[in-house]
Design a protein around this ligand. Sequence first.
Ligand code: FES
Ligand code: FES
Length: 168
Amino acid sequence: MIILDVNGKMHTLDVSPDTPLLYVLRNDLGLNGPKFGCGLGQCGACTVLMDGTAVLSCLMPVARAAGHKIVTLEGLGSPGKPHPLQRAFIKEQAAQCGYCSNGMIMKSKELLDHSPDPTEEEIRNALASNLCRCGTHNNIIRAVRRAAREMKPRELKPRDMKPGELKR
Ligand code: FES
Ligand code: FES
């Protein structure tokens, strides 16, 4: 038995320890955000977060994911309450077939968690190993920049402060 923590829920699974995490997420847990692209660690479509770090779930034996916090695209937001990255990808029309979107979004989440205001070069470098066969790269970069702007804490302007409140 393998116990997996996925999107904040614990799952007890009767699977072989060397089953790729991607198969367990899709086939046993019904989480279809992560995609099967190459199955060889070369496209990034299967990316999920493990303790906040982007990992390729097609290469990860499920036993190695046990004891860690796994987050999939479904764990970021919901259709009613999407994550700013998910919203930005829609607003910037950053998908054609959408097959790469999971990996692009999960990798961007890792980037923005560590670097909330990335330069275009930093975004390009972070996404360099994620492949998009449809050529939506420029829209994807715009979407990540839009999400970064939306996620940035709003700076307090003098008119936002209450009388007597000290600016820190
Ligand atoms: S499906 Fe995992 S890297 Fe391509
Ligand atoms: S939108 Fe089709 S692979 Fe990227």
